[in-house]
Design a protein. Structure first.
Length: 376
């Protein structure tokens, strides 16, 4: 069967042939891949030739945002059956640490995990895949068309979950007892700045807006770009930061409430990400999800930075990957996002390619590109 990915020692993206996988354990599921989303990680792998191929192998199948249909299941599989539409998580645990042993490999303690399509394990740019039931999540029949957003939305879900978990240290942040971070109305009376209006920034904004967070989104595209349009469509404010320094961006966000309670970094632009720490509000949280790929050395006033973080009770937290629980949260929120913001998820898919046209996926240069989906 056709597979698309990277080949050891060669740059760029390549096609190769793989045998169709088979079920060999009683808890395994054989899935026919239908759609795979492409994201910044995939583009960066090709652009920076980030080959992370398992020892003893000469290639890695790329693609980690998948939707498929179950073709067969092992004897012990209960939660899915042939014909079901499913999505699969990305990370596979180390098998040693307690988080991984409890299907929370996104928090792996040893670093010995693998990731399908990214880190030492084949991904989903191919026709069939086999995996254990614990990594396979059933998609409700009415969500099949939007299920390709489950994985990227799960990353935003984990980020928002971290914010709510950590900020529940602040039960009296506003005058309304029912606006605590653990309540369903947690976003009211809160202001957020999202940095980056790529798919992750847009999906994080969708979750923040669903919770009624007053949200600003910063990026370097013009006000009339499709990304900015989507941001405004969700009732968030778009800031074109091309001629703004970080202080001006934060001052603008503070103009309504005086505080920025949440910063959500989803751009991977290292210098802005670090510089913005200087402008965090008191008792606020800054969550980082973007991963910079190039080196960037910056001079900072370390004493001032530490002084501020201590005196203002600030939290800077990283959030990577996601686990099954975040996939389940995403599948609950996809219909809410799509009905509240009128088809915006469909609007995010700007390009579709067939798997055979894999060269076009990575040579595409269109400023209007938001989400590319590959039809297998
Ligand atoms: Zn682990
Ligand atoms: Zn309130």
């Amino acid at each position: 069967m056709l597979a698309i990915g990277m080949v050891r020692g060669k740059s760029g993206v390549h096609a190769f042939d793989l045998p169709k996988p088979e079920i060999s354990q009683t808890d395994e599921v054989l899935v026919q891949v239908q759609e795979v989303g492409v994201d910044g990680t995939d583009f960066n792998m090709i652009k920076h030739n980030l080959q992370d191929i398992a020892e003893g192998h000469d290639e890695i199948v790329m693609g980690h945002e998948m939707v498929g249909v179950v073709e067969a299941v092992g004897r012990k599989v209960k939660s899915v059956a042939p014909g079901d539409t499913v999505v699969m998580t990305v990370r596979r645990g180390c098998g040693q640490c307690q988080p991984c042993l409890h299907n929370q490999s996104d928090m792996c303690m040893t670093g010995l995990y693998t990731e399908r399509g990214i880190h030492k394990r084949d991904g989903f740019f191919t026709e069939f895949v086999v995996d254990q039931e614990q990594y396979v999540v059933k998609v409700p029949a009415d969500l099949v068309k939007l299920a390709v957003f489950t994985e990227p939305l799960s990353i935003a879900e984990k980020g928002v979950e971290q914010i709510r978990l950590i900020q529940s240290r602040l039960p009296w942040a506003c005058e309304h007892p029912d606006h605590t971070f653990s309540s369903s109305d947690w976003g009211r009376c809160r202001t957020a700045l999202v940095i980056g209006a790529g798919p992750l920034g847009i999906l994080a904004t969708a979750l923040l807006r669903l919770a009624e967070v007053h949200t600003y989104v910063a990026d370097i595209v013009p006000e009339d770009s499709p990304k900015a349009h989507l941001i405004k469509h969700m009732g968030a404010n778009y800031i074109d930061t091309r001629n703004k320094i970080p202080k001006e961006i934060v001052d603008f966000c503070c103009s309504t409430s005086g505080n920025v309670d949440i910063m959500f970094e989803a751009s991977g632009a290292a210098s802005t990400a670090i510089e913005l720490i200087n402008y965090m509000s008191r008792s606020s949280i800054y969550i980082m999800t973007g991963i910079p790929r190039e080196e960037f050395v910056l001079q900072v006033d370390a004493a001032q930075l530490v002084r501020q973080i201590v005196r203002y009770n600030q939290v800077v937290v990283g959030s990577v990957n996601s686990n099954r629980s975040h996939f389940e949260m995403a599948l609950k929120d996809i219909p809410a996002i799509n009905s509240r913001f009128g088809g915006m998820l469909e609007e995010m898919i700007t390009h579709r390619f067939k798997l055979e046209d894999y060269q076009k996926i990575f040579t595409l240069s269109d400023p209007k590109q938001i989400k590319t989906v590959v039809d297998v």
